[in-house]
Design a protein around this ligand. Structure first.
Ligand code: GLY
Length: 397
């Protein structure tokens, strides 16, 4: 497998150094709140970990699904620097995040605990991390909705709410990793079955013939037939929201790894080819590939970071050596480019990757550092420069 170039090694170390320094500086400023997007002046906007998701009238709010990424970044800085301050802070922050493990309102507990409890347990072996992660995994599994065509995980809202019960989002694909981890830790195959069931329904209902994806799908119940595809954070119902395409690629890669089935890896590759076709030579994706304002539309560095992250994992598990090599090169290319102009080297900017786009339709962080983008970027950097330290080395299928 291709090793990283000297230039890449220098850039990746620089990014991890920036991260490690900024985290310690910011910890002194944020109190018990957690950063999520940067404001126009580069400072972090923050919120409490306890802020759950929910509807206000018809308006949906994701709440704080970012808090686990902060813990994950502290842990990544710890394995990079071996400075105990990062680990101590990660443990303290985890106490604030843990309350969300029982949150019945959102699939995003997958993001929260996959980024925090899972690496926390991997790095330290401490049972508290595993116990918290397993509580969240059980809650996520309980969001499964059964239909005549199979079962899927509902994304947004309490299952008592019919709006929540009948719909699911492409983002959930990235949350399946928590279920797959729980299956491995406990030996309870029901987590694996639940995750794969969701992946199968997503494969059948979310992917258009050209291999672009819907952001969300409303199912007819109990048939499980797609009633409509729509968007919440993308440009339009029939457009392709680039980050959603990234979540799909990552989630089908995780599903291939967890089930050992190559079909899911083939699917991840087809979805990835679509993404690459839409970005061409430009490593930073537009926030939505079909925004008519292109090329004067916002970018989303997070979407490209997620793609880079998925590519390094695809490369690790793909038994086709030639394709694995290509994916690794593409992943490293994306990381190198993200370490160029998007990397926030200036002291006043508190994130790592500038020009992410949290939610353009809601005007929240439409051109900002977004904490999840920083996390998937850093997770990929760790895989590139210190494999096996932040997460497991993946085996070939
Ligand atoms: N909730 C996942 C996302 O905004 O991408």
């Amino acid at each position: 497998m291709k090793s990283i170039t000297e230039t890449q090694a220098g850039l990746f170390q620089e990014a991890l150094n920036l991260l490690s320094d900024k985290l310690l500086e910011d910890e002194g400023r944020i109190g018990v709140t957690f950063p999520y997007v940067t404001a126009a002046d580069g400072s972090w906007d923050t919120m409490l970990a306890s802020e759950s998701a929910g509807y206000t009238g018809d308006a949906w709010s994701h709440g704080n699904w970012f808090c686990g990424f902060w813990v994950g970044l502290l842990l990544a800085a710890y394995v990079h620097r071996r400075d105990d301050r990062h680990l101590r802070l990660a443990r303290e922050r985890m106490k604030l995040v843990a309350q969300r493990a029982d949150d019945p309102n959102t699939h995003d507990i997958g993001f929260i605990f996959n980024a925090s409890a899972v690496p926390g347990h991997f790095i330290t072996g401490e049972p508290e991390f595993a116990a918290t992660g397993l509580r969240a995994a059980a809650k996520l599994r309980s969001r499964l909705v059964r239909t005549d065509r199979g079962a899927y995980i509902s994304s947004w809202g309490s299952l008592d709410d019919p709006r929540a019960r009948c719909s699911s989002a492409i983002d959930t694909m990235a949350n399946l990793a928590l279920l797959y981890w729980a299956a491995q830790i406990t030996g309870d195959a029901s987590y694996l079955v639940a995750g794969e069931a969701h992946a199968k329904m997503t494969r059948d209902a979310f992917i258009r013939p050209d291999m672009s994806t819907y952001h969300a799908v409303q199912y007819d119940l109990p048939s499980g037939v797609r009633a409509r595809g729509y968007t919440f954070q993308g440009y339009a119902d029939e457009s392709c929201w680039s980050r959603g395409q990234g979540w799909a690629i990552l989630g089908f890669t995780d599903t291939a790894r967890a089930t050992g089935q190559r079909d899911y890896l083939e699917l991840a590759n087809e979805l990835a080819d679509y993404f690459l076709k839409r970005i061409g030579d430009d490593p930073v994706a537009f926030w939505d590939f079909d925004d008519p304002a292109l090329p004067n539309a916002p970018r989303d560095t997070a979407a490209s970071a997620i793609l880079a992250n998925a590519f390094l994992k695809m490369a690790d598990i793909d038994p086709d050596q030639a394709r694995a090599g290509r994916r690794r090169e593409q992943g490293l290319w994306l990381l190198e480019k993200l370490c160029g102009a998007p990397l926030a080297r200036e002291v006043g900017h508190r994130g790592l990757l500038k020009h992410g786009c949290y939610s353009k339709p809601h005007n929240i962080g439409p051109d900002a550092a977004v904490l999840f983008g920083d996390f998937y970027f850093v997770d990929a950097l760790c895989r590139a420069v210190m494999p096996g330290r932040f997460g497991p080395i993946l085996e070939k299928l």
